[in-house]
Design a binder for this molecule. Sequence first.
Ligand code: SAM
Ligand code: SF4
Length: 327
Amino acid sequence: MDSMGRYASKLRVSVTDRCNFRCDFCMPKEPVWIPRDEVLSFEEITRVATVLAQMGVTKVRVSGGEPLVRRDVEDLVGMLRGVPGIRAVSMTTNGALLKEKASALRAKGLSTITVSLHSLKPQLYHELTGTHDMFSRVMEGIKEAKRVGFAPIKVNCVVTKGCNEDEILDFATFAHDGGFTVRFIEYMPFDGTKLWDQERVVSGEEIIRRIEKRYELVPLEREHGSTAAHYRFRDNSEGEVGVITSMTKPFCSDCDRIRLKADGKIVPCLFSMSEFDLKPLLRIGASDSELSNFLRESFWLKSEGVESMLKDHTELKRIRPMYTIGG
Ligand code: SAM
Ligand code: SF4
C-alpha cells in the first residue's frame, strides 16, 4: 500500500529497452541502451513477481522496449504464469514479430495481447514508427494472434493532433468490423524526440465525440485502476473502443500499478522522477523478506500522480522516454 492508501495489484515489467522500431513519440533518435549485464534475467524478474504476488499483486503485463525482441520471452511468460497468485500475464507489443511468436506465447499461457498500431495507412505507419516494411507484417501478426485464439485482441493507437487524428473513425470501423478492442491513447510527454506539446494532445472526450458521429456507443463500467474508458457499439458488434485518458482524466486516485524497469529499478508512478534500484539486493542474494521490505518502502513513496500536477498547473516534465519504462 502507498501512503495514500492505494494498493498495487498489477505489475508492469519492461523486459528490455531495445526495440526494432523508432516511434517518434517514444524513442530518441539515438537511444542509449542499458548495458546487457544490467538487464534482469528471467529468473530475477520471476523472483520479483513472486515476492510481489505474496504481497497482493495478481496480474503482470510484459512490455518493453519491444518485448518480442528479447530472446525466448515466451519462456518468461511461462515462468510468470507459474508464480502462485499470478492470475493473468499479458503483453504489449508492436506486433512486428507476432506472426512468428503468437503460437508459442499462447502455448506458454499468455492471457491477452495488445498490439500497438498507430495508423491504418502503410505510408504514415512507416513514418510514425521509423520502419519501412512493417505494416503488413504487423497486420499478419494480428491475424495470427487471432488464429491461435487470443480474444479479444486489443489495439493501442497513440493519437496526435495533425498526424493520425483523421483516422479515428477508420480505427472505430476497424474495431467494429474486425471485433477488436481499439484503445486510443492520449499523447503523453514521454517522447524521446521532445516533440510533445499539450497542443498536440487529442483528448479522449474529443475522440469519442468524433466516433459518435458514425456509431452509437454504450459506455461500459470502468475497471478499477484503469485509465481507460471503454464503450461497446449499440448494434452489438463484437468490437469495442476505449480511450486512455492519462492526460485529461487520469484517475490516479485508484491507480494500482507498480512498474519494474529492465535494469531492476522500481518505478511506482509513471509521472514521477522517483526510481528505486532493486537489482543490488537481488544480486547479493537478499531474502524474500528483505525484497518485500524494499518493495513496500518504495511503493509507499508512490507520488500522487499527474492529477495533482494538473490541478496545481505544474509544468509536465519529460521524465523518461516511454521505451525505458514500457507504458
Ligand atoms: N514496443 C511495444 C509497443 O509499442 O507496443 C511496447 C512498449 S511501448 C513503450 C508501450 C505503449 O506505450 C505502446 O502502446 C505505445 O504506443 C505507448 N506509447 C509510447 N510512447 C507514448 C507516448 N508518448 N504517449 C502515449 N503512449 C505512448
Ligand atoms: Fe518501440 Fe514500442 Fe517505443 Fe515504438 S512505442 S519505439 S515500438 S517501444
